[in-house]
Write a protein that binds this ligand. Structure first.
Ligand code: DC
Length: 221
């Protein structure tokens, strides 16, 4: 376990609320926040912009060689351009699992994530943070919610961002498909590590979930 710094791993499926929760906890406890999903999303954005099929592993690996992805002041940059909004589009949601299952893509992202975690007190969210990226984290949380609730949240988020031509049922189907891809892939599938605290956000407000987590961290158990 880390002793000189506070390192927190947060994992969970799409729409579980993990990013919202991790961001707020970072603010409350003064930690650096790293959204690892944003990194896979940024690469997926480039794949789409370049007209590459998200299943074309060879072309994606070639693209990876000349791609720079980094965070600055809590924003995500792709080849020097801030892409916070562009990576949240539904076309990215649809393709990101294909990109994220490629072994060499994961190796590169994990390497960057582990480097980022070395210097400060940090909270990082994703799918494999507690299991692969930060196995020595002081606290690990696994955030869940029913698939219907997660689809409702994602649908609302997309509508609020102005996406048209989407329906709740379509989003529900997509989330189920993504859950399956993320949890059955060969490398670093979405999995709860035995020492993780499971937090079910289905019938809770964000504040209730956050308080539950802060109590665990402050309790030190
Ligand atoms: O958390 P998110 O929806 O922004 O993640 C986008 C995709 O990236 C998701 O389908 C799974 C993948 N991902 C991953 O494989 N490993 C991570 N550590 C984070 C995200």
């Amino acid at each position: 376990m880390e002793t000189d710094r506070l390192v927190i791993a947060v994992d969970g499926p799409a729409g579980s609320g993990k990013s919202t929760i991790a961001k707020r906890i970072a603010d409350i406890l003064g930690l650096e926040y790293i959204d690892t999903g944003a990194m896979y999303r940024a690469l997926t954005l480039k794949v789409i912009n370049e007209g590459i099929d998200s299943k074309d592993t060879e072309s994606i690996l070639e693209l990876l060689q000349t791609t720079s992805i980094y965070f600055k002041d809590n924003h995500i940059y792709l080849d020097g351009i801030m892409v916070d909004d562009k990576i949240r589009k539904n076309i990215i949601n649809k393709n990101v699992s294909n990109v994220a299952k490629i072994k060499k893509v994961r190796e590169k992202m994990v390497e960057i994530q582990q480097k980022l975690s070395k210097s400060s007190n940090i909270i990082m969210d994703g799918r494999d943070i507690g299991t692969v990226v930060l196995p020595r984290a002081n606290f690990k949380f696994f955030i869940i919610a029913s698939v219907e609730e997660r689809a409702r949240r994602r649908y609302k988020e997309l509508i609020e961002k102005g996406e048209k031509d989407i329906s709740y049922n379509q989003i529900l189907t997509e989330i189920k498909r993504r859950d399956k891809l993320d949890s059955t892939r060969k490398i670093s599938p979405l999995r709860k590590s035995p020492e993780s605290y499971e937090i079910d956000t289905t019938n809770k407000t964000i504040d209730q979930s956050i308080n539950e987590i802060i109590d665990i961290i402050k309790g030190g158990n």
